[in-house]
Design a protein around this ligand. Structure first.
Ligand SMILES: NC(=O)c1ccc[n+]([C@@H]2O[C@H](COP(=O)([O-])OP(=O)(O)OC[C@H]3O[C@@H](n4cnc5c(N)ncnc54)[C@H](OP(=O)(O)O)[C@@H]3O)[C@@H](O)[C@H]2O)c1
Length: 299
């Protein structure tokens, strides 16, 4: 099988590439936007790195040609001067869908987020919801996988969790009372490949979350204990954090905004977990944390 990955230099993309190279014989077209991003990709005969442009539909289609499955990962939570929810989450998805239609692709996999909705009042969730609609209405066989916070080597979630857990004292939004369903990145990797291998002819939506809910403050304390550290978890009031974020993001032209704070502090809840449907045996949280800490030790 040959798959094409957009945003291959993203943390999800690098984890997926490393998984593919170390444990499968799948060939990959790894699509990135710059030479710099290309340097971060694993070097392997299985990986064919290509520069792609979401502004040039013909070039994009030519770059993705030959793939049995297109895995669209490019997307952002934090806007900056160069990239917005519209350009990264909606326009890039529209371009990939158009290229996939042109190529009559056998399958598209799109990674979305728990909470995504085209009608959401939150701009991030709305952009991912609108992108989902583009994929679902493409007329092509597709899998949209909504995920919670992802834990794996170098994911943003794992880095901030370990950062907080390494301190003697830390202050987190609202005292970290919100409930998370952390998903092991290896479980997502397997889910993506199972979707690519599947024979569904429709567009399907899955919500795939980790095996156990946990408050963010407890996640930090659990991680700290596994690092033989004791951390005192304090609180930054959410209203104050949003006010500061509103001012600083306006000055900087991006970064943490009230929108991002709402996303981070949302309870991650799903009606039904798609692990069974996707044929995934979820990794227990304890094992996920052990793997991440082991990886950090060996870095
Ligand atoms: N990490 C999580 O916990 C999590 C949770 C739920 C869903 N997801 C989804 O998983 C996917 C990957 O997330 P990640 O955290 O691994 O991402 P990441 O590491 O932050 O990487 C972002 C990717 O998006 C690309 N990008 C940025 N602006 C773009 C634009 N305007 N047009 C096209 N591409 C653009 C970046 O390319 P450049 O390097 O060239 O800028 C990079 O490849 C995203 O769709 C995200 O929404 C992630």
């Amino acid at each position: 099988m040959k798959i094409a990955i957009t945003g291959a230099n993203s943390s999800v993309g690098l984890n997926l590439l490393n998984h593919i190279v170390s444990s499968t014989d799948i060939n990959v077209i790894a699509g990135v936007r710059s030479d710099r991003a290309m340097q971060s990709l694993p070097s392997s005969p299985q990986v064919d790195p290509r520069i792609i442009s979401y502004q040039d539909p013909a070039q994009l289609a030519a770059a993705l040609e030959g793939a049995d499955c297109i895995v669209h990962l490019a997307g952002i939570l934090i806007e900056d001067k160069n990239t917005s929810y519209t350009s990264a989450n909606i326009d890039a998805t529209a371009a990939v869908v158009k290229a996939a239609q042109q190529l009559n692709a056998k399958h598209i996999v799109f990674i979305s987020v728990v909470g995504a909705s085209a009608n959401s009042s939150n701009a991030y969730f709305r952009s991912k919801g609108l992108a989902e609609e583009l994929v679902k209405n493409s007329g092509l066989p597709a899998s949209v996988i909504r995920t919670p916070i992802l834990l794996g080597p170098n994911t943003a979630g794992a880095s901030s969790m370990i950062g907080a857990a390494s301190q003697a004292k830390t202050k987190i939004l609202g005292g970290g009372k919100y409930s998370m369903r952390p998903l092991d990145i290896d479980d997502l990797n397997q889910a993506i490949l199972n979707c690519c291998n599947g024979d569904s002819l429709e567009a399907k939506l899955y919500e795939l979350v980790g095996p156990e809910p946990i408050a963010y403050r407890d996640l930090i304390q659990k991680t700290a204990a596994m690092m033989n550290n004791e951390v005192e978890v304090g609180s930054v009031p959410i209203a104050i954090a949003k006010l500061v974020a509103a001012i600083s993001s306006r000055i900087k032209g991006g970064g943490i905004t009230p929108t991002v704070i709402d996303v981070i502090t949302m309870d991650e809840v799903v009606d039904s977990n798609a692990d069974g449907e996707l044929n995934i045996t979820l990794t227990p949280l304890q094992n996920t944390l052990e793997k991440i800490l082991e990886h950090k030790k060996n870095k």
